[in-house]
Design a protein around this ligand. Sequence first.
Ligand SMILES: Nc1ncnc2c1ncn2[C@@H]1O[C@H](COP(=O)(O)OP(=O)(O)OP(=O)(O)O)[C@@H](O)[C@H]1O
Ligand SMILES: Nc1ccn([C@@H]2O[C@H](COP(=O)(O)O)[C@@H](O)[C@H]2O)c(=O)n1
Length: 650
Amino acid sequence: MDFIDLPQLLAARGTLRLPGSKSISNRVLLLAALASGDTELRDLLQSDDTARMIDALRKLGVKVEALADKGFRVSGVGGVFPLRQADLFLGNAGTAFRSLTAVLALAGGDYRLSGVARMHERPIADLVDALRQLGAEITYAEQGGFPPLLISAPTPCPVDLVRVRGDVSSQFLSGLLMALPLRGVATTVEVVGELISRPYVDITLASMARFGVEVLREGWQRFTVAAGSAYRSPGVVEVEGDASSASYFLALGALGGGPLRVEGVGRDSLQGDVRFADALAGMGAKITVGDSWIEAAAADNGRLRGVDLDCNHIPDAAMTLATVALFAEGPTILRNVASWRVKETDRIAAMACELQKLGASVETGDDFIRIVPPARDRGLRPAAIDTYDDHRMAMCFSLAALGTPLRINDPAAVGKTFPDYFTRFAAVTQPVPVVAIDGTSASGKGTVASRVAAALGWHYLDSGALYRLTALAARRAAVGWDDEAAVAGIAANLDVDFAGGVTRLSGEDVGDAIRSEEISGGASRVAALPAVRAALLFRQRAFRRPPGLVADGRDMGAVVFPDSMTKVFLTASVEIRAERRHKQLIEKGIAASIAALLLDLRERDERDSQRCVAPMQQSADAELLDTTNLTIATAVAQVLDWVNKVSERG
Ligand SMILES: Nc1ncnc2c1ncn2[C@@H]1O[C@H](COP(=O)(O)OP(=O)(O)OP(=O)(O)O)[C@@H](O)[C@H]1O
Ligand SMILES: Nc1ccn([C@@H]2O[C@H](COP(=O)(O)O)[C@@H](O)[C@H]2O)c(=O)n1
């Protein structure tokens, strides 16, 4: 499985230009295609969802040209698609699926609309039922009430009133409204049930108005499109930044100190999700709003409060509040989020499951989620977060990195709306610093690394101990050191604890047992197995806790912590190393011979440096420290000097 490991973060600040709004991008793409005249769309979102819409429009015969600098030119077809037959695959793009269903059902032609498996589980009967009232000919290709859909030319139908449910997804109403000008006659839509996610309907109405069609709105119950309404290109449309995407960075600013400014949305934004900033302010964050930017910073006392909030108006951004709740004082209750259940995944269930992995207590109902953060002294637990092919799950949970190192599985899910999310995330966050000390066996890595850690007041990781523990546990389970799958299974489930400087395996102190020459050899054999290294990777990264980490091993700088602030490759002549190890063993009362140790060290160096995965080698960005003629104190002083120089450079 693909994953990204996020280091625990110390702070977040900076400025970020948002990608274009998904909701606006997909609406204006469709309206520009239906309009008469060419439209230049600037700052359009470029992501999976917009790619699906563009692809579909091209298959319908619409000319969509990419211009320089995130621009697109759409040659409008004046309401008549040139191609009257098409098979459209819309992935998991709800905005594209619902609006194209409505438009194609009234446009005339034979079309098949399908998507990914999850799209085929997302109900669409309410929209289909509404369209059928207008004469639409739509059949379900597989399961009744769900995509895929087969659409053919509508039967002429004189009705001027159509009813649609508004309490499942506002996209049904939005799709219907955008399609109505194709009828040419006055049509009123009456919403049945309470309309949810009203700000998204506002975006629809504003987008239609931009293309010359004013909808008469009576409360949130009746919407009328006048006879003869037709879309006309406004020439140029600038797409504002995505307010839902802004929520992750505003939350980062509030949790990570800030100030963190997002550019592209502000006071006059069309998007309801800008009100996420109000919710964050309600939790105690400092929010400043400009015409086209919003900035978030931590509360004066650095703490946020849990809230009890109706989230009907910010259904997408509300997910971000669920992970912010992990850091708040007291419980947070997010109400009126039933629509989460029919999104990219059942977001209430998915959110509950993943929040619990981090140590929160969670209660859920049909339309709410209640989150109690873990006790402050316990903090968040390192965890591997599943993302359910849902971009928002991946982005929301990245915030947990302010409390723990974590793994995000299938991070490419962000491609739906924010393909370079994790690169932008890294640019505005400051991870816990690491000093990596790699090198040959018995060169003094552990001695130097632990003293550097003590001098800095940082944590210390002896990564070799994990390979030694794996070798010991395999031996005890009578598993051969070459049995890759079995040893990797043991590594993945090691019950180890280093509390108080004591190395425990399943509760037993094994500090001496793992230092025997037999286990040293076993450790270097199991360490050559790729599956074992993969199984131990996140476990090592989970040691990266504030204020910093000094880690020693063979691949700390190259593989485990490639972004280490200082990398050192420590070595000494093999003869000196054998002498030091001999002295060390004799002092512990363990019998040893220099000749045997020499042989063993040479063998381990050879195996460690020649293996195919993460071989021991000095990387180009590592400082070389040969301790053959150095005292321990001099070696430690040299490393601290390198660390200080990097810190001074900032
Ligand atoms: N510069 C030095 N001068 C003299 N003795 C040293 C020096 N550095 C380390 N030693 C001694 O060498 C022995 C081996 O050091 P240490 O255990 O730190 O090595 P290591 O590289 O971590 O070994 P391993 O690869 O087995 O984990 C220890 O007894 C340590 O005190
Ligand atoms: N990052 C690491 C650390 C260790 N190993 C292997 O484990 C053996 C024991 O390590 P020590 O540092 O305690 O000597 C060592 O010989 C390596 O084979 C590793 O591969 N990567």
